[in-house]
Write a protein that binds this ligand. Structure first.
Ligand code: 5GP
Length: 207
């Protein structure tokens, strides 16, 4: 059956806006598939609402514009579209960590390890050394922040490269899963566009 509920957003996540409309979109089109997993595949994770992604990219630019970012780092697959939209505004390259070592990666690599939230297993993430340098100023972008493992894996790779981590931008943080707390304890300059306080019994509450 074809998903026919797609209604592209006609809004701007303007400066100072409390991102109410992003929250409304999550409430309208997101659904909780178990107590801890929020499905947003009709606009963020599978089918992409490009207008929304463009506004999200713009909002990340507004937040981190003064950080002299030279590269955006994300993780495949869902982070790529979001990071790319931000990359247009920053006018910097976007590097994505790969989840499997493919023949397309030649030479030396940085390797981090991530405990997958959605699949419940550990996997390596890989970035070619030639794409992260010690004079880079990095912004990490991802779709979700839950327990913080994907972020920690990416931060590990930034640290291995000697680059400076200037910030981390997340579209949806599940505030009840402690990833945000963990990153703030590590002094990461974290900004989440929507923070979910609770998803109990399929009901979403924002923080
Ligand atoms: P963490 O590593 O912070 O525990 O989880 C973050 C990663 O797991 C993100 O890259 C995201 O792809 C995935 N993830 C975590 N929670 C959710 C969720 O509720 N819904 C979806 N769609 N992905 C999630």
């Amino acid at each position: 059956m074809c998903y026919d509920k797609f209604t592209p957003l006609k809004f701007k996540l303007n400066c100072g806006d409390d991102l109410e409309l992003l929250k409304q979109r999550i409430l309208k089109d997101g659904h909780v598939s178990s107590d801890n997993v929020l499905k947003v595949d009709s606009f963020l994770n599978h089918q992409l609402d490009i207008q929304l992604l463009s506004e999200i990219g713009n909002e990340f630019y507004r937040i981190f514009a003064n950080n002299n970012i030279t590269k955006i780092l994300t993780i495949e697959a869902s982070g790529i579209a979001i990071a790319s939209m931000a990359g247009i505004h920053f006018n910097v390259p976007v590097v994505f960590a790969k989840k499997t070592k493919s023949k397309n990666i030649d030479g030396d690599v940085y390797i981090g390890t991530v405990q997958s939230f959605t699949h419940g297993r550990k996997y390596d993430i890989i970035v070619s050394r030639k794409f992260l340098c010690d004079n880079d100023r990095i912004l990490i972008i991802d779709d979700f922040l839950a327990r913080g493992n994907a972020m920690l894996g990416l931060i590990d790779i930034v640290n291995q490269s000697g680059a400076q981590l200037c910030g981390a931008g997340v579209v949806i943080e599940k505030g009840f899963q402690n990833g945000g707390k963990l990153l703030k304890q590590k002094n990461v300059n974290l900004h989440s566009l929507a923070v979910i306080k609770s998803m109990k019994d399929g009901k979403l509450t924002f923080g």
